[in-house]
Design a protein around this ligand. Structure first.
Ligand SMILES: [Zn+2]
Length: 105
């Protein structure tokens, strides 16, 4: 019997975090919080998560800085709020109110 096994990451964008200047491309943008979960796959189907890594990535050039799980957990709330602000097209007033309510300011 033939088994085809693999090991590959599945990357999930968790949302934009802070506006920063990239040390690589020098553009100023909101960086993206990402979770990269590595799976053991059988027949190209991910079956077992083996490790998880977090990072923030420049949306222009893709330069990435690793984060600890603890750092990622702290930024995840802000990333979720920013993602909602973009997808729901909040104005400045609502954004400021939601940040205060979430305890981010
Ligand atoms: Zn960059």
């Amino acid at each position: 019997m033939l088994f085809i096994a693999g090991y590959h990451p599945i990357v999930k964008d968790l949302g934009p975090t802070k506006e920063r200047t990239c040390p690589h491309c020098h553009n100023r943008r909101f960086w993206l919080l990402q979770r990269r979960r590595y799976y053991l796959s059988l027949f190209f189907i991910p079956v077992l998560p083996l490790r998880t890594r977090y990072g923030e990535r420049c949306p222009i050039c893709g330069y990435e800085e690793p984060l600890s799980a603890e750092q990622a957990r702290h930024r995840q709330q802000e990333a979720e709020l920013n993602r909602r602000a973009v997808t729901e097209n909040w104005n400045e007033e609502r954004y400021a109110a939601e940040r205060r309510r979430a305890g981010l300011d």
